[in-house]
Design a protein around this ligand. Sequence first.
Ligand SMILES: [Ca+2]
Ligand SMILES: [Ca+2]
Ligand SMILES: [Ca+2]
Ligand SMILES: [Ca+2]
Length: 386
Amino acid sequence: MIQHRWSRAGDGRLLGLAAAAALCAACTTDGVPAPGEESKGPPLLFDISATTPVGDNPRAIAAADLNGDGVPDLVTPNLGPGNASVLFGDGRAGVRQVVEIAAGPAALRNVTADLNNDGNQDVATINVSDETVTVLHGDGLGGFSEPVAYEAGDGPSGVIAVDLNGDDVLDLATANYDGDDVSIMLAEGSGYAAPVHVAVGDGAADIVAADVNGDGQIDLVTGNHHSDDVSVLLGDGAGGVAPAISSAAGDGPHGIAAGDFDGDGHVDLATPDYEGDTTSVLLGSGDGTFAAPAKLPAGDGPTGLVAVDLDGDGSIDLATANFESDDVSVLRGNGDGTFGEPAYVPAGDGAVKIVAVDLDGDGLLDLATANSHDDNVTVLRNTTSQ
Ligand SMILES: [Ca+2]
Ligand SMILES: [Ca+2]
Ligand SMILES: [Ca+2]
Ligand SMILES: [Ca+2]
């Protein structure tokens, strides 16, 4: 199974961890650009504002206001007990309370969204042991329905909620690491239709939705850990997709994010490359293909990534969670598809996935990581000067 395959490879490198962490702590947050890189703004700065215990082996993190108080909350799927931890936010980039809710066996990743259009945020979790997705409908007050499981795919490793057939109900799609495919589960009645599997690259580790060819229909893109590429599935707007189009990525992409990094109107992609210790940037051509990746430095073993505007200058920046070096790399976007040198912010042991959300209401997106070895969540408050 996926989490064992790649974490075994990672565990072999854990002996060097203390030294690597010390090194990165020493080189943290100066944001000095490399020779030849133009500095176009103040460095991105983050402070740890909370370190909060969660369940055993949290493997992902998502954000949504789950109790309707206007403050974003966080939720981690916990692989060990097969449950999820909900971290209710205090509005000051801290955590007020943690409660455990049901998930499914070997809960690996999750997504938050209003899946049943009742105005309340729900949680869907993928489970690697029984290859299902578990859905819990939120009541908007912090409570949830009994979990209902639906068939997903072989070794699901990434999940998104997106409307693929234009009926204004969110559908689900998973990237399947062992099946080397994507499962599309269209919402049907009060649940989901049986998955339709579409082949992608080898070791599909994560999935994102975006309109990469600009035809107004949502497309799906996976990052593939073993084939070192991304697979684009162009959507037809009716729930179907075309066969995969492959574009090269870095060495061992373990996540994927989309955004227009160079402002040309075409969707671009970024992947955290676990094996290559890089973040790859793939500029889109607007037809489903992408230019050769620009490989930017990251920490050791990047596995999670967000592509968002962290300093509010209108250009997308990148932040990766680095599983081996236990930190976060933040790279300031220049708005032309290039990025500054990374600054490193300490996180926690086994920082595996990352989410960006404004947790203190100051208008700047903050970051939070799920730390799978420390069994906790680190909240990094964005202190970048505006
Ligand atoms: Ca499209
Ligand atoms: Ca672009
Ligand atoms: Ca920016
Ligand atoms: Ca903030």
